[in-house]
Write a protein that binds this ligand. Structure first.
Ligand code: FAD
Length: 433
């Protein structure tokens, strides 16, 4: 039998963060057997700040609103603020798992080291303790923020580390800090430094759009969702103008003007960075040109003398236990970000998108479960979808021409994705959230 063509049996879910939990709920709802493993001692994924290697830091909050970010049938509690704290997200995820009876089924402290397809059409998992197990299907829900993307700054001899190691503003006391990179974490951490370091600077290679967390008193995603549906080009023009009214010309704060249209980089939701720049608590710098000792020179010729550089330079989307099966390290080659090249091979949460991710995870989780269910109960449908996976190459950009950078490789527009998932599910006769 060819690899991955065994009849329906058990599914191995690797990882018990939100994606793994969404997969488990979907399999359970389809009465499908599964084995759920998690290398850490408890569930919650990167939202458990105590998990070694978690990118979480004390001041982190959700950047999508509680209103639009919960799982269907289990909204975030009313008493939560618009943008919950990371400990609230962890509590929510654990309550979700308890509510659907998923918690007891997770084998914690169990690390998958390797997944290989076998000749009898199954997949063999090898664990860190040397034991093995065999499964018909595998869902990699192992997250994409565990392998720090570390950049080299030749000539710099102060302390340099990746933001994955950062936890608390106390680390900045009495220090001159340079944060490199202006993703959401980089901007949050620069604001922490503004309040606690002796001096704070942030280096960004390009100009960005900074989106406030509230507009007219509403979380910005709720505001956008409630507005009329517009073609992307119109949306970019309307929101771009609105941001210019709210923020003014950000070059007055030492920032570069954006070199791309609104929404063509991952949205940065932050109103504090502009506040701190306006108060002189942070200095904005362009990209780094060179360094010597503790002095860093930027591309515009300005310099900063700093004793700590924190690299908020993102993560590589690795699947170390099966990279060969999933393909490209930065952008796994999966149909609709979930269906692998081989039957029975899936991924969940291996996606970068521009709104709350849990809605996509649960839709895709339900589609994966439906496809696995079809294998035993509707084999013609199963075969039809396997052929479809190989042929269908949808454009999920939503008309956005994302900037050319590793982070934006394979980036999907959330609205385009939702629309297409609903369309595919309807064609296949699948019931999804
Ligand atoms: C600061 C910050 C803010 C964010 N804000 C938002 C937001 O507002 N909205 C939003 O939707 N998303 C947000 N995200 C994105 C975030 O990635 C998701 O919310 C979510 O945690 C991803 O879920 P996941 O299950 O895919 O991955 P993870 O949460 O990373 O979970 C993966 C799990 O797999 C386990 N695992 C990995 N490898 C193995 C192995 N070999 N064996 C066994 N177990 C393994 C890990 O230990 C982990 O528990 C944010 C991320 C960060 C860092």
């Amino acid at each position: 039998m060819a690899p991955g063509t065994a009849p329906t049996g058990d599914t191995l879910i690797v990882g018990a963060g939100p994606a793994g939990l969404a997969a488990a709920r979907a399999l359970r709802e389809h009465d499908l057997p599964y084995t759920h493993v998690e290398r850490h001692e408890a569930i919650g994924g990167l939202w458990d700040i105590d998990n070694p290697g978690s990118p979480m830091y004390d001041s982190a909050h959700f950047i999508s609103s509680k209103t639009l970010s919960g799982f269907t049938g289990f909204p975030m509690p009313d008493e939560y603020p618009d943008y919950p704290h990371h400990r609230q997200i962890l509590a929510y995820l654990r309550a979700f798992a308890d509510h659907y009876g998923l918690t007891e089924a997770v084998r914690t402290g169990t690390t998958v080291e390797r997944i290989v397809p076998t000749q009898d059409g199954t997949y063999e998992a090898t664990y860190a303790d040397g034991t093995t197990s065999t499964h018909t299907n595998v869902i990699a829900a192992s997250g994409v923020q565990w392998s720090p993307n570390v950049v080299d700054i030749p000539g710099y001899d102060g302390e340099i580390r990746h933001s994955v190691t950062y936890r608390s503003p106390d680390e900045f006391k009495g220090r001159r800090v340079l944060v490199v990179g202006a993703g959401n974490s980089g901007c949050d951490i620069a604001c922490d430094a503004a309040r606690s370091a002796d001096h704070a600077a942030i280096s960004m290679r390009r100009g960005y759009w900074f989106i406030p967390k509230h507009i007219f008193g509403m979380p910005v995603d709720v505001f956008a969702e409630n507005g009329p549906s517009m073609p992307m080009a119109v949306e970019q023009a309307v929101f771009g103008r609105l941001l210019r009214v709210i923020n003014g010309d950000v070059t007055r704060l030492g920032l570069q003007a954006p070199d791309h249209k609104l929404f063509e980089t991952h949205p940065i939701l932050n109103d504090q960075l502009l506040h701190h720049l306006g108060h002189g608590d942070i200095t904005a710098r362009p990209g780094i040109a060179s360094a010597s000792g503790t002095e860093v020179t930027f591309t515009d010729g300005t310099t900063e003398d700093v004793d700590l550089i924190l690299l908020a330079t993102g993560y590589r989307h690795t699947i170390p236990f099966a990279q060969d099966l999933y393909g490209d390290e930065q952008h796994p080659e999966l149909y609709l970000t979930a269906f692998g090249a081989m039957p029975g091979l899936f991924g969940l949460g291996l996606v970068e998108t521009n709104s709350g991710a849990y809605g996509l995870m649960e839709k895709l989780g339900a589609m994966v479960a439906s496809h696995i269910w079809d294998r035993e109960h509707r084999p013609e449908q199963w075969e039809r979808f396997e052929r479809h996976i190989a042929q269908d190459k949808p454009d999920l950009s939503g008309g956005l021409n994302m900037v050319d950078s590793p982070r934006h490789k394979g980036y999907v527009d959330s609205h385009a994705m939702v629309k297409y998932l609903d369309y595919v599910a309807k064609r296949m006769g699948w019931d999804i959230p």
